[in-house]
Ligand binder design. Structure first.
Ligand code: G3H
Ligand code: 13P
Ligand code: ZN
Length: 327
């Protein structure tokens, strides 16, 4: 059984100039699509669960499904797929404790909406409990724009991480990794049209990530793993299929993959991807219904949904994160 913390994964990723993909999971097909991709690419993997996912599927179902995926990897591929099970955007000590007690090997405590002092106090409390139980902790400084759970942070209310705060935050809290804000954003609409330019095909081109801030943080925290949230690329081929088959997602835009690749080569060891999973699955299911209006067996459309997730994740592992072959 290879349920592990992210400690070893991050150490190797930092030294090797690649990042680990942290993919959000909500049901069996999503877990299977992601883990089959990781198995075939022999990639270390983080499966992360939001509080919304826990409410939707229940903690116990997600744990058992992940355990089943690991067992399947052992039996069919003959190797131990190292998987870290992580709480995404924990907002209270109680939620983090419940996930730690329930078998997760990593938790995020997201105190980014609090004052610097309150963020430190809450994060420190979670770290003490987590470390006593062999679990690692991700903290956050700076606020991303976008939608996560029921919280919608506007671009005006978002704020970049202040590099001058990171050393104090890390040393006072004892966190094992730090999520930062350098211009990524949650969801499928990361930027408004007036924040972007348009290319010759009329597609939106977002403002570049603030690599200057990332570099300054990396200089202040040498060897320390940095995390990027809101890192879906919103592939336009999925948006096109969704719009062709009855959907309505005008001007959906994400982070260019070339910039994520660049971040992965430096201090960024964990890259969070959720929206691209949703888009891959929705595009293939919409297309399936468009092409087979008579189908009503969920297996008929969930199978291509799962396959589409698998193909998208394989592409990320190989071409964006650079972690294929590192398990
Ligand atoms: O950052 C948020 C993730 O995309 C999780 O989304 O809270 O809707 O499950 P969710
Ligand atoms: P995306 O919405 O860009 O996929 O971000 C997911 C995320 O940050 C989960 O914590
Ligand atoms: Zn996030």
């Amino acid at each position: 059984m290879a349920i592990v913390t992210s400690t070893e994964m991050f150490k190797k990723a930092y030294e090797g100039g690649y990042a680990i993909g942290a993919f959000n999971v909500n049901n069996m097909e999503i877990i299977q699509g992601i883990t089959e991709a990781a198995m075939e690419e022999r990639s270390p993997l983080i499966l992360q669960v939001s509080s919304g996912a826990r409410k939707y599927a229940k903690h116990v179902y997600l744990m058992k499904l992940i355990e089943a995926a690991i067992e399947d990897a052992e039996q069919s591929a003959g190797f131990d797929l190292p998987i870290c099970i992580h709480l995404d955007h924990g907002d209270t000590f109680e939620l983090c404790k419940s996930c730690i007690d329930g078998g997760f090997t990593s938790v995020m405590i997201d105190g980014s909406s609090k004052s610097f002092e309150d963020n430190i106090a809450l994060t420190r409390k979670v770290v003490e409990y987590a470390h006593d139980h062999g679990v690692v902790v991700e903290g956050e400084l700076g606020t991303l724009a976008g939608v996560e759970d029921d919280v919608n942070v506007s671009f005006e209310d978002s704020s970049y991480t202040r590099p001058e705060e990171v050393e104090e935050f890390v040393s006072k809290t004892g966190v094992d990794s730090l999520a930062i804000a350098i211009g990524t954003s949650h969801g499928a609409y990361k930027f408004t049209a007036d924040q972007c330019t348009r290319n010759e095909e009329g597609l939106l081109v977002p403002p570049p990530l603030r690599f200057d801030i990332l570099e300054e943080i990396a200089r202040r925290l040498p060897g320390f793993p940095i995390v990027l949230h809101g890192s879906s690329s919103v592939p336009q081929e999925f948006v096109k299929i969704i719009n062709e088959f009855g959907g309505k997602m005008p001007d959906a835009v994400g982070i260019p993959e070339s910039q994520l690749r660049q971040a992965a080569q430096g201090a960024v060891c964990k890259i969070n991807i959720d929206s691209d999973l949703r888009l891959a699955m929705t595009a293939s299911i919409r297309r399936h219904f468009g092409q087979h209006p008579d189908h009503f067996d969920p297996r008929q459309y969930l199978k291509p949904g799962r396959e589409s997730i698998k193909a998208m994740v394989r592409h990320k592992l190989v071409n964006v994160l650079g972690c294929a072959g590192k398990a």
